[in-house]
Design a protein around this ligand. Structure first.
Ligand code: NDP
Length: 240
């Protein structure tokens, strides 16, 4: 059976790798993005995967976006909540707007997207949801109270929702990536990045494909006994 998957933030970085890997596994994939048209067009040209623009922080936009995907590809079996942003600043300097933006996209987006697919998954007695958290949601990080709170929230959200879907064929899991070589990490100053890499036992940044492999495992039809779990893929940095 051909599964239909939505990957939020699916046109760049980790999401790009997830979209491609799910397509290779035989799924019909819809990649969502926020506004970087250039990257989205290049992504579709390169992969043949359709890109859909909406803001995951906008509840109504998520409902409309999912409805469009369903009309184009069919009911959604797999949701990967991968869209995420950083607005780093110490608490002393962090503005309420920076707090709200990160919570609204990273955690609110997760809620909005799950709401848009949940009833359909329950009705069809099948669903696979993977929420992308972060090592910094597990261990915190200097200058990231907003991001750490949102990602930590994702881990709690995952465990709670997993309980609601468990008896109904819908699994909900999280992946907690360590530091992965994407544009998000490229924004970290080189001197800080050097110190981060020094703390990774494997001795390098992770690759987006290494996260995608974890997602592929969790969304498989055969992974029905895995729910409410967090898969840490971080090169051994924090043995959580
Ligand atoms: P990138 O910044 O490379 O890509 C982010 C993607 O999310 C883009 O496709 C972007 O769309 C999309 N996006 C951002 N905001 C929204 C929004 N409001 N609505 C819809 N789409 C949105 O990020 P990464 O690939 O590095 O990160 C992916 C996920 O992994 C994030 O949740 C991040 O927090 C998490 N993570 C990343 C780590 C890393 O080391 N890179 C470590 C741990 C976790 P557009 O192109 O239009 O801007």
């Amino acid at each position: 059976m051909t599964r239909v998957a939505i990957v939020t933030g699916g046109t760049r970085g980790i999401g790009h790798a997830i979209s491609v890997m799910l397509k290779k596994a035989g799924m019909k994939v819809a990649a969502n993005y926020a506004g970087n048209e250039e990257k989205a067009k290049a992504f579709t040209a390169e992969t043949g995967i359709l890109a859909y623009k909406w803001d995951v922080a906008d509840f109504a936009a998520c409902q409309a976006g999912v409805a469009k995907v369903v009309a184009d590809l069919g009911p959604v079996d797999v949701l990967v909540n991968n869209a995420g942003i950083t607005r780093d600043a110490t608490l002393k300097r962090q503005t309420r707007a920076q707090w709200d933006e990160v919570l609204d996209v990273n955690l609110g987006g997760c809620f909005n997207m799950c709401k848009a697919v949940w009833d359909g998954m329950l009705d069809r007695s099948f669903g696979r949801i993977v929420n992308v958290g972060s090592i910094n949601g597990q261990g915190g990080q200097y200058g990231q109270v907003n991001y750490a709170a949102a990602k930590s929230g994702i881990h709690g959200f995952t465990k709670a929702l997993a309980q609601e879907g468990a008896a109904k064929g819908v699994t909900v899991n999280a992946i907690a990536p360590g530091y992965i070589d994407t544009e998000m990490v490229a924004a970290v100053p080189p001197n800080v990045l050097e110190k981060i890499v020094a703390k990774i036992p494997v001795g390098r940044l992770g690759k987006a494909e290494e996260i995608a492999r974890g997602v592929l495992f969790l969304v498989g039809d055969e992974a029905g006994f895995v729910t409410g779990s967090t898969l840490s893929i971080n090169g051994g940095q924090h043995m959580y």
